[in-house]
Design a protein around this ligand. Structure first.
Ligand code: FAD
Length: 562
């Protein structure tokens, strides 16, 4: 064979492409996360380490790619024309679900009696969101569903099964299952944010013994415009009884083993989150068990929302961390203009600026998770969790889009191509800010919480008692936000700036407690209004008050440690 000819027909030599981002542990290698668990829940260390390894595992990354490439297919009927209303998912999806359940991502907080169970479970979720985000939807809903099951005696069997750790993809009746997958179907065509506009109706059917307790069954008629994971074992949903919104739980398989009337009309074609099926459904004479009192449906469903919202604040922080890790990997292992990209001064500015943002958002989410651990025992922490959960969801889920965008930029053209994970993560990034209450709704909720319960505002300022006096820039910021919070109570127009300012203040406090002088100084100078030239609206606009040496040390801290 003539070598010249072979060369002519062979592809170009591949050089100066970034290294594959594999063989790292997203927990052990993350200085911020590791310290957080050691501080608050050291008992969960080995669980987090086992899960962190999956994020850097090449096979698991391939599962994530496959599950998003081979998207769910709706099966409305079987070959004989019977309705089946089921979804075919790629085996990679089921393998990922199996891993999530095995590693207790949906339910660690409910399975342990150790200290700070919600905190520890949040770290698992943070890590899982660096594995695959589509499956993060069912893990988050399963986490929240426990709160709903524990409030309704007729759902005791579901409570028990929600603690299971071995995932099953089948349509068995709940008693025969070792674990369950749960969905939420609230949003209708005419209103997602304003659930009072629900037009699905429910009529009492009968009461019956259901796995050892009395259940009140109703027949539901209506539709839901969004219903994710329609192959779940059961759903919380809303319908009106005599004009009043009421909460229900709808098992897909009825006690006699027959399938409930739950008609999947079509699957949504989505910008991201493509591994996960999201559907439109029709209910007609569908049997569902009433949860709580007639007319208290919105209150009931909002009591679960606290947990899903926390989970999205945590999940978006995890997604930010994943995009930062990818950006670091890419820029450190690809060169340009004579050095690795990560060594170019402007790139250092970008990476350091992103790293500060990711650390601040991570600590914010984990602080809210910790407050959630005290809901039943500490009224101040309860009020703090009440007001900071929608705040953290607003902030982190909105902010992740900018971080993902900048991380994509760091990859150059490769970031926009589906061969690698970056493009998928970018498409995923806006979703958490839409579902489970869009951004404005979160700020409205922050305002509502402070208006209804003065303790919410008080709990915020109590939070800063131990660190006032440590940094004059932080103290000045706290003084400045007080009038803004007051004004926002009487002026809805200010709900967003007030919520953002509160989020920044909690981030500042958490960084003062747990971060390095370089990160703290940069945060105070840039995020808390340090004046012109100190920071802009883009990442990479750390001003002259932050030295490159300081930025270097911030980037070093953010590197995945070996
Ligand atoms: C991929 C995906 C999956 C989903 N899965 C589910 C699911 O499983 N179950 C489910 O129930 N829902 C699901 N949803 C629906 C989601 O929860 C809703 O889209 C969301 O709550 C917003 O409702 P909406 O789409 O009706 O928007 P709207 O309520 O029309 O809101 C549109 C915009 O207006 C803003 N807005 C509304 N009212 C006000 C106001 N008073 N002041 C200022 N701004 C306002 C909102 O913040 C939002 O930005 C899913 C959505 C997506 C995208």
């Amino acid at each position: 064979m003539n070598n010249d000819l072979t060369d002519r027909y062979s592809t170009h030599i591949v050089k100066n492409q970034a290294a594959l981002p594999i063989d790292f542990n997203a927990f052990e290698g993350d200085v911020v996360l590791k310290a957080a668990i050691e501080r608050e829940a050291p008992w969960a260390n080995s669980r987090c380490s086992d899960l962190g390894k999956l994020a850097g595992d090449q096979h698991v990354q391939e599962l994530a790619r496959l599950a998003n490439r081979h998207i769910p297919e709706l099966q409305t009927h079987d070959r004989f024309g019977n309705r089946v209303d089921w979804v075919d998912l790629h085996p990679a999806w089921h393998e990922l679900m199996g891993l999530a359940w095995k590693h207790e991502v949906p339910n660690l907080s409910w399975r342990t009696d150790q200290k700070h169970p919600h905190y520890a479970r949040s770290v698992l979720s943070y890590l899982w969101n660096q594995v695959e985000q589509g499956t993060g939807c069912p893990t988050g809903m399963a986490y929240a569903s426990y709160a709903g099951f524990s409030a309704e005696p007729a759902l005791k069997i579901w409570l028990e099964k929600s603690l299971g750790t071995s995932y099953e993809n089948n349509r068995e009746e709940v008693a025969k299952k070792s674990s369950v997958v749960i969905g939420y179907a609230m949003t209708e065509k005419q209103g997602g944010s304003d659930l009072r506009e629900t037009i699905t109706t429910a009529q009492f059917s009968h009461s019956d013994q259901y796995h050892g307790a009395t259940a009140y069954w109703y027949e539901l008629t209506g539709h839901k415009w969004f219903c994710s994971v329609p192959q779940s074992d059961g759903f919380f949903t809303l319908a009106k009884v005599d004009g009043e919104v009421t909460c229900f739980f709808l098992p897909r398989t009825l006690p006699d083993g027959t399938y409930n009337r739950f008609f999947i009309q079509r699957l949504k074609e989505k910008a991201g989150n493509r591994s996960n099926a999201s559907s439109e459904i029709e209910m007609s004479g569908t049997l569902a068990i009433r949860v709580g009192e007639e007319g208290s449906g919105i209150k009931e469903i909002l009591s679960h929302s606290h947990l899903t919202r926390l989970d999205f604040a945590v999940g978006s922080a995890g997604l930010m961390r994943q995009t930062l890790s990818l950006a670091l990997n890419h820029t450190c292992t690809r060169s340009g203009f004579g050095s690795s990209l990560a060594k170019r001064p402007m790139m250092i500015n970008v990476l350091a600026d992103m790293a500060v943002e990711v650390e601040a958002c991570t600590l914010l989410a984990l602080r809210v998770a910790k407050a959630t651990d005290y809901l039943d025992v500490d009224p101040v922490q309860k009020a703090f969790a009440r007001v900071t959960t929608p705040m953290a969801k607003f902030f982190n889920c909105s902010r992740v889009v900018a971080v993902a965008n900048e991380a994509l930029q760091c990859h150059g053209g490769n970031g926009f191509v589906e061969d690698g994970p970056m493009a998928r993560l970018f498409r995923e990034s806006p979703l958490n800010s839409v579902w489970e209450g869009a951004a404005n709704m979160m700020c409205m909720d922050v305002r509502r919480a402070m208006t209804k319960d003065p303790m919410c505002r008080e709990s915020l300022f109590k939070e800063f008692e131990d660190i006032r006096g440590e940094d004059i820039r932080f103290d000045a910021y706290l003084l400045a936000i007080e009038p803004l919070l007051d004004e926002c109570l009487t002026n809805e127009f200010l709900a967003r700036p007030a919520t953002e300012a509160m989020a920044r203040s909690i981030q500042g406090a958490e960084l003062l407690r747990h971060s390095t002088p370089e990160v703290i100084d940069t945060f105070m100078k840039t995020r808390l209004g340090g004046g012109p030239g100190n920071w802009g609206v883009m990442f990479g606009s750390l001003g002259s008050s932050v030295s490159q040496k300081q930025a270097d040390s911030i980037v070093e801290r953010a590197q995945m440690q070996p």
